[in-house]
Ligand binder design. Structure first.
Ligand SMILES: [Zn+2]
Length: 350
């Protein structure tokens, strides 16, 4: 399958990749952030074909017909090396030595071996790259720092934020997200307004502090919001359960608590996803991508003059900082401090 096959669904992505290919500006390493495994699998092979095809089309796409294209399609290309989690623990481990299949050391030894094919392009694909544990990631970092000649490596993942920042920063990000998230909860959508505030201010400590405070306040109140939301339904259930026996009542209370914590987790995920997705879309807008081509135009001002005032450098910084923020919040850390550092970092680039 050629890259142009994905043009309808991801027109800007395909256009950007092909023009970079034509100009010889394609990265050595890619991070394919996806929410659909089959799509990501097809796309990574198409990208591999575009990178390794021996008879590319004038626009940079693969021919789809040469031996390399055919072999890649059938996964029989001798210079294609893949790694994926296989153990029950779903981890990609480093391995004791390079002889144990499906480990990082094994993958690296094959990927760095002298090519059997003169002039051939090596392709490494790591599926579910977030399953690499820290040790594997550190080991893999050496491949990113000193890749074998004429090689490209593709990391495929649904959770890029669990990867080390040093890995993410060395890869060109490819956003292959099919499911557009809608942010229906009003309280969560409040985050978009704060993000805009932060984006449009210029080097003001007070704005950065106000924005951090507003984010912290939403984050601190999530549990309360979740309870309110769950109780719309549960008030009636409790009303109907007045005449139940105590053990049945107790069971209901347990279910009630579980419903609140499920709602809380959902809202928290949604908030974090909004922070990241908003900044990624702001960055797209700052690069000139039209407002109606982004996933959530409803989260941005309608006025095109206002949109064109977004500073690309700041938008890029916000996107990177939001990736860091998500990763930090995955650990159990001081949330207030994390939000403050995020807002200050976006505002002053530290
Ligand atoms: Zn070809």
């Amino acid at each position: 399958m050629q890259l142009r096959h994905f043009q309808n669904e991801f027109p800007y992505l395909v256009k950007a990749l092909l023009s970079a290919k034509k100009a010889g500006r394609l990265s050595h390493s890619f991070l394919i952030h996806n929410d659909d495994g089959k799509l990501a699998d097809d796309f990574s092979i198409s990208l591999a074909q575009a990178l390794a095809c021996t008879n590319p089309l004038p626009d940079g796409d693969s021919c789809g017909n040469c031996v390399v294209c055919k072999q890649l399609e059938h996964r029989t290309y001798s210079e294609l090396f893949t790694l994926a989690p296989v153990s029950k623990s779903r981890q990609i481990v480093i391995g004791v030595d390079d002889t144990i299949p499906d480990t990082m050391r094994w993958f690296r030894s094959l990927f760095h071996m002298k090519s059997s094919m003169a002039g051939g392009i090596k392709i490494g694909i790591i599926y579910d790259a977030d399953c690499m544990n820290d040790e594997s990631q550190n080991c893999f970092l050496k491949t990113l720092e000193e890749p074998p000649p004429s090689s490209h490596v593709l990391l495929v993942t649904a959770n890029p934020f669990t990867l080390l920042p040093t890995i993410r920063s060395r890869c060109q990000s490819i956003l292959l997200l099919r499911n557009k998230t809608s942010y229906e909860d009003e309280k969560i959508r409040g985050i978009a307004g704060i993000m805009w505030e932060l984006m449009s201010s210029s080097n003001k400590i007070s704005t950065a502090e106000e924005c951090a405070f507003a984010m912290i306040s939403i984050s601190d109140n999530l549990e309360k919001f979740a309870e309110e939301k769950a109780d719309v339904k549960w008030d009636r259930i409790f009303e109907d359960s007045k005449y139940l026996e105590p053990p049945a009542k107790k069971r209901l209370e347990k279910q009630h608590e579980a419903a609140i914590s499920a709602e809380y987790l959902k809202m928290r995920d949604s908030m974090l996803s909004l922070i990241h997705s908003w900044s990624a879309q702001a960055y797209m807008l700052s690069c000139g991508i039209p407002r109606d081509s982004i996933a959530n135009p409803e989260l941005f001002p309608r006025d095109l003059n206002v949109i064109s005032s977004i500073d690309p450098e700041k938008a890029y910084r916000m996107m990177r900082k939001s990736e860091d923020l998500l990763q930090i919040l995955n650990w159990n850390v001081d949330t207030d401090l994390a939000f403050r550092e995020f807002c200050m970092g976006v505002e002053f680039g530290k």
